[in-house]
Ligand binder design. Sequence first.
Ligand code: SF4
Ligand code: SF4
Length: 243
Amino acid sequence: MKSRQKLRQGIILSSFFLFPALFYYLSPVMIIQATQGGIINGSFILFLLLFLSALLLGRAYCGWVCPGAGCQEALFSAREKRVLKGDSIKWLIWIPWVGTIVILAIIGGGYSQVDFFYQTHYGFSIGDLPALIAYLVVLLLIVLPSFIFGKRSFCHHLCWMAPFMIIGRKIRNLFHWASLRLQAEPEKCTHCHTCTENCPMSLPVETMVHQDRMENSECILCGTCIDGCPSDVIQYAFRIESQ
Ligand code: SF4
Ligand code: SF4
């Protein structure tokens, strides 16, 4: 494994070990509770930052930072099944959830206060038994689909954060902004299938290379395909999408 992938896996595993401290800042429930009180909480701010980051970095957060990525990738050796369908399921969760937040904000007369540490215990998410139980439920929700449906199933099917970044990169593509992407040199490819087999998001990377279309809303810019390719076909690039 190349040192860049060791670094990436070290970061997402460390992030996972910090998850008990962090999970209120990623919580889809805390933002609803805070909105009812007219409060902009930590998860509101984080979701906004994820959207903004996607304008420049796509879904690099999912590949390089997310605590949920660490525990899912740790399971790859136990369950390597590829996930080939169901990416739209997460929108069935995201749309009603965001709709609920918007309606609650309108009914409550908007936001009047910012409290980044809302409901945390000195900034730490788990401070009592209900918080511990909530954490374990969230953990199960992330880990179990990976066991049943395959690699990073939670990212494909359930993640409430991914749509913020998918929308961010769609806007970026619409306005042709330069950003972090993959680029390929198809003529160098030796058809070894390594990139497709190893992609943690089960994307058809070899086909993407041959079509010279490396943009995919489920690509998390993890660089596994870059670092695993024996012919150096794929690279990171900071540029606008090729037409
Ligand atoms: S296409 Fe490459 S960078 Fe994108 S998710 Fe797959 S392995 Fe990672
Ligand atoms: S790993 Fe590289 S050489 Fe192998 S199929 Fe993918 S792009 Fe082609």
